[in-house]
Write a protein that binds this ligand. Structure first.
Ligand code: NAG
Ligand code: NAG
Ligand code: NAG
Ligand code: NAG
Ligand code: NAG
Ligand code: NAG
Ligand code: NAG
Ligand code: NAG
Length: 905
């Protein structure tokens, strides 16, 4: 139900050919059930996010809650975050009736549900007041209609913040502020500042400045608290026009008019700049509808029109455009508003968090907003330049918190390998990454994990460098290890590109350190070998289906060993070999999607090990590509996307995580999946019959799909015809199930899909009984082992820290350091970590494996014989409408094989 308002239509008429795609955006999507999206008003990457703050007794991460009582309408919010609320500052609260104590509780329930559309928000208060909101990048407009009786007041409470009730020491504090009410030749306005600290990233004091005007002349009184900033004691309530204190303070403005419009600007530099921001962006007399229409136009032209389709399915369009909307709410572009340093570089804040965003969001940010993305990359590097470290997360001008690796390394590597250059200084970018990789950050003594820094960088670096693995000396030892390996792979990519060959070799070796956590003896659900905790004496017992507390001090952060054990995406061939080869790997993946296998899993997700609401599971459905089963990648990702995403307030499978969830869905809808840090995109299955992605500079990626019925005949049912039968790229038949950045994004491309209801054995030669016979898997750039390597070979040749390399004779390396290195493990499964033990091949087992291989080969040869005709291009052309005229197959061609016909080995 995308009701396009009359104003929307007006806007549509105003900007001619650009369609009003904003009508498909439902900002309340993901705002309840823990999605934590922000439904108020904002521009793309806007500093101001103006919306309601509600009290329910539990944390209101974006200010909004579907229930509870209004406590104010404030200018700064985050979208889709967790941990503890941040911001909710620079507020106004309308109140009817005489106010004895402005610091007392003035919260009121709703009279009606809130209404939200792009650029406009309305709340109706039970007190008989309606509040309508509009906003620009750095200013907001609040339009109050007082319908009830009594004195009409607006309370400006500088001490208002979003509270936290979780009791984890992450609550924000108001630290002091000031307010001046100024009468400028009859125009009364207020300006001042508020200072706050803490919140999820444990930020030190920061200050926001504000400047507020009214369209009607008020009387006013200022107020000052008694110094107990968690209480409502009043020390002063008078006509004094200036207050400056560490106590709670603010002003009450009272009006005779029944409609009052307030314009408020914010700045992090000065109150004067806050006034400039509002007077530049929402000049006196500008109507709410003008601000709303301009905002809507910005969203249409700068964001939503980047992807267009001629399809009309309302649910798909709402999911598409709402997801695009929510992924552009943060980070915030605070260029020119950074109080910490002066720089010619752009400044982006509110990075929540690269741990969440590096897989799906930053690669899509790059595709859709190449200009902003380059600014963002420059800004990340400038943060390192002035503060010493790249952020993994950042808010209120302060790095933190870092949940796993230094994942800005992945983002920078991704930008580098995909050719982002422009004004990015890559020597500095690489130096910033090297800081992460080489210099342990000072411990910020976060009580959640006092073992090392949670602020930035890699706290567990000493173990990583000394041992090539991470001991439980450090929290999150296993999940950090697999992330550090991915981070080091990012360094390898950039070092290689910059011609730093020694560094490249070093970081490639380090990117393999995740293998040192591979415990061949851990078993679960019939599978053996998982990433496990270890110390210098060897491995520590661990149930792969449990992550214990799954938090900062535990071995694994917020995901199961099963999930993390799939996360070495840069070295996936080695991982596949360790799990026993492609068939075992595919069986493992099937287990991940089997209902009921995860005792701690959510019933909403059928208790699968796959967790659609958590980032370490994001890539897992797509890993079937590496096992030669791109059809199952499509089935699993499509099933999850359709089951867990809806354009409704409870329509996200978990916390939006600043748009991470939405971008996972967007890639599924586009029919591609990025492997961050590499140029690879895995091919899924597009949801639209045609999709045009504007890439900037006039370049376009145009994707079409034709859905065919069974046997390639007749029109396909969109609900079931989602298996790729055939793909043409720029008029050439594409025989791999993956593409690179250069293939489709660098200069744009034309991709034509044929989709059908049964998996096609011919697509990307995926039907070979054994991978390697025609199927060209996506790259595994850090692997020196093939998928068929013996686990023992890998485990006997584990990578070691510099200076501790294994000698050719298999003995320890440099005598001085060898003793300290206990990285080896015997492939027979002993857990004593004794590298010197010799493994003797178990002949019978090897023989069995060899026989199985031979059988596969034989079947493969037979299969190739049988399928010979079908690979003929003329047959394909006859088979599928887009390539040939007829839908009927030619006699000489065999019908497409379904996977049911496939010989199992
Ligand atoms: C909201 O306000 C109403 C009316 O004052 C009150 O009854 C209710 O308890 C409040 N709700 C919360 C969550 O405080
Ligand atoms: C208000 O506080 C800000 C930030 O601390 C300070 O720069 C400014 O001088 C103060 N203004 C007044 C009038 O006290
Ligand atoms: C509001 O109305 C009262 C009563 O008529 C008057 O005394 C007061 O000055 C008015 N206030 C403003 C700001 O015009
Ligand atoms: C405002 O108060 C702050 C904190 O109490 C103080 O540091 C500052 O000097 C005061 N500013 C003025 C102009 O009084
Ligand atoms: C504020 O809202 C009222 C009631 O909807 C409307 O008449 C008025 O034009 C609005 N003011 C502005 C400045 O948009
Ligand atoms: C970010 O903000 C700055 C300052 O307002 C502006 O110049 C720049 O164009 C903005 N970036 C984008 C991508 O809009
Ligand atoms: C969850 O299980 C139910 C019942 O077996 C099934 O109908 C549904 O498709 C499953 N959902 C997913 C996403 O697999
Ligand atoms: C490794 O094996 C050697 C020889 O058997 C033994 O001396 C040593 O104690 C073992 N080390 C560990 C850590 O078990």
């Amino acid at each position: 139900m995308a009701a396009i308002s009359p104003l929307g239509l007006l806007a549509f008429a105003g900007f001619a050919l650009s369609a009003d795609l904003a009508g498909y955006v439902l900002p309340l999507t993901g705002s309840s059930n823990g999605g934590n999206t922000f439904p108020g008003v904002s521009r793309p990457f806007g500093m101001v996010k103006l919306g309601p703050d509600l009290y329910t007794g539990s944390d209101s991460y974006s200010g909004y809650q579907p229930t509870g009582n209004f406590t104010g309408f404030s200018m700064l919010h985050e979208s889709g975050t967790g941990g503890a609320p941040k911001y909710g500052v620079v507020s106004q609260m309308p109140v009817l009736g005489d106010i004895d104590n402005p610091l007392a509780d003035h919260s009121v329930p709703r009279a009606a549900p809130d209404y939200a559309e792009v650029g406009y928000y309305k709340s109706s208060l039970a007190s008989g007041i309606s509040v309508e909101l509009a906003a620009t990048e750095r200013a907001g407009l609040l339009n109050y209609t007082f319908e009830g009786t009594g004195t009409r007041n607006i309370i400006v409470d500088v001490s208002h913040v979003l509270p936290s009730y979780r009791g984890m020491g992450l609550e924000q504090h108001y630290l002091g502020g000031n307010i001046s009410v100024i009468n400028d030749q009859g125009t009364i306005y207020y300006q001042g500042s508020g200072s706050y600290d803490n919140g999820w990233n444990r930020a030190p004091e920061w200050t926001v400045f504000f400047c507020g005007y009214f369209d009607s002349e008020p009387t006013f009184k200022t107020f000052l608290g008694d110094g107990d900033n968690t209480g409502s004691g009043l020390a002063q309530y008078s006509t004094e026009s200036e207050l400056n204190s560490t106590a709670r303070l603010g002003a009450v403005f009272s009006f005779n008019a029944s409609t009052v419009v307030s314009r408020v600007g914010v700045s992090f530099i000065s109150a004067d700049q806050a006034c400039d921001n509002v007077n530049d962006q929402i000049p006196d007399g500008m109507s709410l509808s003008a601000v709303r229409d301009a905002t809507r136009q910005v969203w249409n032209s700068q964001v939503l029109s980047k992807i267009t389709t001629t399809d009309t399915d309302a649910t798909n369009l709402q999911l598409l455009y709402t997801s695009m909307y929510h992924m552009h709410l943060i980070p915030t572009n605070k260029t020119g508003e950074n109080p910490l340093w002066t720089s010619s570089e752009p400044y982006y804040d509110d990075i929540f968090t690269l741990w969440d965003l590096f897989r799906c969001s930053t690669p899509l940010f790059h595709v859709l907003q190449p200009v902003a993305y380059e600014e963002y990359i420059r800004s990340l590097i400038d943060i390192w330049r002035h503060e010493g470290y790249l952020p993994d997360a950042r808010s209120s001008f302060y790095n933190g918190a870092t949940q796993g690796g230094s994942n800005a390394d992945n983002v920078l590597a991704d930008a580098y390998v995909k050719g982002v250059r422009g004004k990015v200084n890559w020597e500095d970018g690489y130096a910033a990454m090297q800081k992460d990789a080489e210099v342990t950050p000072a411990n910020n003594n976060d009580p959640r994990d006092p073992s090392s820094s949670t602020k930035e960088g890699r706290g567990a670096l000493p173990d990583w460098l000394n041992y090539g693995y991470i001991t439980p000396t450090y929290g999150r030892s296993v999940s950090r290890a697999v992330e550090y390996a991915v981070n080091d792979f990012g360094l390898y990519q950039v070092a290689k590109g910059l011609g730093k060959t020694d560094d490249a070799e070093k970081y490639l070796n380090r990117s393999r350190f995740w293998r040192n956590h591979w415990n061949a003896n851990l078993s679960s659900l019939g599978f053996s070998g998982f990433l496990g905790p270890r110390d210098t004496d060897g491995f520590i017992a661990q149930d792969p289906l449990s992550c214990g507390g799954c938090y900062w001090g535990d071995y694994y952060y917020e995901a199961l060993p099963w999930e993390y054990s799939f996360n070495a995406h840069h070295d996936i061939n080695t991982l596949i070999a360790l799990t026993g080869g492609v068939h075992e790997f595919a069986r493992r993946l099937e287990m991940v999607f089997t209902p009921g296998k995860n005792p701690t899993g959510s019933p909403a997700f059928n208790k699968t090990i796959f967790n659609p609401g958590n980032e370490p599971s994001f890539t897992t459905p797509y890993l079937y590509h590496f096992a030669g089963r791109p059809d199952l990648a499509v089935l699993r990702s499509r099933t999850a996307a359709k089951a867990y995403y809806h354009p409704t307030p409870d329509g996200l499978p978990g916390n939006s995580d600043a748009g991470a969830m939405e971008t996972w869905l967007l890639w599924a809808m586009i029919g591609l999946y990025p492997i961050t840090g590499q140029t690879t995109f895995l091919i899924g299955s597009p949801w639209f019959s045609d999709l045009t992605i504007s890439l900037g500079g006039g370049k376009k990626l145009h994707i079409t799909t034709t859905m065919v019925g069974e046997g390639g005949k007749g029109p396909g049912d969109p609900n079931s015809a989602f298996y790729v039968q055939l793909l043409m790229i720029n008029d050439k038949r594409w025989t791999k199930s993956w593409v690179t950045w250069n293939d489709i994004f660098a200069n744009g491309a034309e991709m034509e899909f044929v989709l059908g209801p049964e998996p096609s054995l011919d697509w990307a030669n995926a039907g070979r009984p054994q991978r390697g016979q025609g199927y060209e898997p996506p790259p595994s750039p850090a692997s020196e082992f093939s998928v068929d390597a013996k686990a023992s070979d890998i485990l006997e040749n584990l990578p070691r820290p510099a200076g501790q390399e294994k000698r050719a004779d298999g003995a320890a390396g440099a005598a001085t350091t060898a003793e300290t290195w206990d990285g080896g493990q015997s492939p027979g499964g002993d857990e004593d970590g004794n590298r010197t033990r010799t493994w003797y091949p178990k002949t019978t087992k090897d023989l069995a494996a060899a026989l199985a291989g031979l059988t596969g080969l034989l079947l493969g040869v037979l299969w190739i014989q049988r399928r010979k005709n079908y690979t003929d291009r003329t047959c394909l052309e006859a088979q599928f409408a887009p390539l040939g005229a007829a839908m009927t197959k030619q006699e000489k061609c065999e019908p497409p094989l379904s996977f049911h016909d496939r010989e199992e080995v």
